[in-house]
Design a protein around this ligand. Structure first.
Ligand code: CTP
Ligand code: MG
Length: 228
């Protein structure tokens, strides 16, 4: 089977509170989204990289993406939610993708994706029927609270993981799952709601999602120190 990447990048970045969507904020001299796209395009296992942009995206065309090569394909079919954007992307590539091809969905807002993350995900899921996702074990002690913020219980963290991306599933399974479950924040949830069981592949904390301004500083530090 082939491997396609879909990168949802149609969000507005409201929690970041910047003047433009966070995927276009500068990070080491390039738009934030450039970093993950470059890593995905450079991965030999990945055949094509589809970026899902907002229908009224005005910034994509202002940048030069030619350094990323011919694998990169922008799709102006973003939706109101992340799940809608991913589904829009899946529909748009219907003619190209076979049922059993793998789709790796990766947040545009995770710029520190490294080639080893992709390699490990693909390697560990190659023999799986359903697919799975990168995740990291929860490090903090977790409390469940009531409305008055009184602790009701301490949640045992030993079986808890933080979901990341890429999340890798078969084209047809992912599309069916997302057509049915629209109110999900990641692909794995949709797959779970379809009664299937995604497998976790251990990644690491460097693959963080840029959500708040602090995350941008952390991402810059991680990328800067990785380069050497
Ligand atoms: N995303 C998308 N379409 C949407 C909403 C989100 O493609 N309608 C994308 C974002 O661009 C981002 C990824 O999904 O790459 C993860 O979403 P999130 O971190 O929540 O980004 P935003 O929705 O842009 O941020 P916020 O929730 O703070 O507004
Ligand atoms: Mg969001």
């Amino acid at each position: 089977p082939r491997h396609f990447a879909i990168v949802p990048a149609a969000g507005s970045g409201s929690r970041m509170g910047a003047v433009r969507p966070k995927q276009y904020l500068p990070l080491l001299g390039r738009p934030l989204i450039h970093h993950a796209l470059a890593t995905l395009c450079a991965a030999p296992a990945i055949d094509k990289v589809f970026v899902v942009l907002s229908v009224d995206d005005a910034e994509w065309a202002r940048h030069d993406w030619s350094a990323l090569g011919s694998k990169l394909v922008p799709l102006f079919c973003g939706g109101a939610t992340r799940a809608d954007s991913v589904l829009g992307g899946l529909r748009a590539i219907a003619d190209e993708a076979a049922q059993s091809d793998w789709v790796l969905v990766h947040d545009a807002a995770r710029p520190c994706l490294a080639s080893w993350h992709i390699d490990k995900l693909i390697r560990e899921l190659a023999g799986e029927e359903v697919g799975g996702l990168l995740a990291v074990p929860v490090a903090d002690t977790l409390k469940r609270a009531d409305e008055q913020r009184h602790v009701v219980e301490t949640v045992a963290r030993d079986s808890l993981w933080q979901a990341q991306t890429p999340q890798m599933f078969r084209y047809v399974m992912l599309r069916r799952a997302l057509e049915t479950a629209r109110e999900v924040t990641d692909e794995a949830s949709a797959i779970e709601m379809a009664g299937l069981r995604p497998r976790l592949v251990q990644g690491d904390a460097t693959n963080l999602k840029v959500t708040y301004p602090l995350d941008l500083h952390l991402a810059e530090w991680i990328l800067h120190n990785r380069r050497g």
